[in-house]
Design a protein. Structure first.
Length: 157
């Protein structure tokens, strides 16, 4: 039986990424014609690391930066989201090993400023870290959001 890779191992494995591909036919109705980048894990992690204390970013903001850097129409939302989860998981492993300086994954939000339940510690952990940095987290139905997150958006490039 094969051993499951750690998040740190996944983060270090670029495979054949980044890669630029035409927008798949099934996505052209939503996105139109053009190209999209499937980013490398370390690219996403590096952007997440740039977010300073008191600031936040969103997956969509990261995608916009990646698309500009690679000269594409879009960055793949699925791959970018998965890689953000991998970066967060690797940071969680680093913290479990006692490291203090880790990728501040809790500062990377979903679209619209929503907290991400898939990060280490879930939304409760992300909420506690964000509130400790001065952000106000509010509930909208069953979901949690950083209130006025747009005012705290970091500059990534």
């Amino acid at each position: 039986m094969r051993r499951k890779k750690t998040f740190r191992e996944k983060l270090a494995d670029d495979r054949d990424l980044p890669r630029i591909e035409p927008i798949p036919e099934g996505m052209t109705r939503q996105w139109g014609e053009g190209t999209m980048v499937l980013p490398a894990p370390r690219e996403v992690n590096d952007l997440m690391r740039r977010v300073a204390k008191g600031r936040v970013t969103t997956i969509n903001q990261i995608r916009e930066v990646l698309a500009r850097r690679h000269g594409t129409t879009h960055a793949c939302p699925i791959v970018t989201g998965i890689l953000a989860r991998i970066a967060a998981g690797a940071a969680g492993e680093d913290e479990a090993d006692g490291r203090k300086r880790v990728t501040p994954y809790w500062r990377t939000l979903k679209a619209g400023g929503e907290l991400n339940a898939k990060y280490p510690g879930g939304v409760a952990g992300q909420r506690a870290r964000l509130e400790a940095e001065g952000h106000r987290v509010v509930a909208r139905g069953m979901r949690l959001f950083v209130n006025d997150y747009e005012r705290a958006l970091a500059r990534l490039d």
